[in-house]
Design a binder for this molecule. Sequence first.
Ligand SMILES: Nc1ncnc2c1ncn2[C@@H]1O[C@H](COP(=O)(O)OP(=O)(O)OP(=O)(O)O)[C@@H](O)[C@H]1O
Length: 226
Amino acid sequence: MLETKKLGFWYQDKVDTLFENVNLQFEAGNMYAILGKSGSGKTTFLSLISGLDSAKEGEIFYQDKSLNQIGLTRFRKHHLAIVFQAYNLFTYMTAYQNVSSALEISGEKKENKRAFITESLKSVGITEDLQHKKVGQLSGGQQQRVAVVRAMVTGADIIVADEPTGNLDEETGRDIINLFEKIAHDQKKIVILVTHDNDIAKKSDVTYELKDKVFHKRVKKLSQTK
Ligand SMILES: Nc1ncnc2c1ncn2[C@@H]1O[C@H](COP(=O)(O)OP(=O)(O)OP(=O)(O)O)[C@@H](O)[C@H]1O
């Protein structure tokens, strides 16, 4: 479980606190949405739980160890993968090479690496033909699928994404969210999505809406679950 305890953050001045006394829990097997108006502090919150920035108040724990105890670099390398709105793939590499390099960087060992990458990409609809094209030649939706696979193969237990459907049309965006949902439910990972989109929030198991410096929790109704 990933957990924040009494988390607080401001940039310049404490009077401009973005959020305070935040106590949230993220459990394996669930997809979470962080919802809130533009400028409310969603991305900032995500950067704290991703170990990219340090909290001003309170702490974050992963499996009962504080991120500082684990070490932010180690936490990011071994436990967490990030998917960005603009995909952030290496455009001079093929889809296959992007996934392969992520696997190498993470140090994750796979017996039959080639087959593993090929099958992982195929499982999200990236055919072998597409796998060997430079990612710059793929559509936005295809690139985001590659980015999701890149995050998936690293073995990270936590996958965070900042507006992952922001550059995509509605239908493609829905497909990407279904992929995240599968990763959470089938692979028992913690998936955390920052979004403006209420429909994405509705698909998530739990929504935390940031409003007036406080996160409001909403759990998906039983009739809508898995
Ligand atoms: N590095 C920074 N230094 C100072 N202020 C910042 C910095 N980054 C963000 N802010 C401010 O903090 C507030 C929250 O920003 P953040 O990007 O976390 O909001 P957000 O909810 O993700 O917004 P959006 O939905 O528009 O992406 C904003 O007012 C922003 O201008």
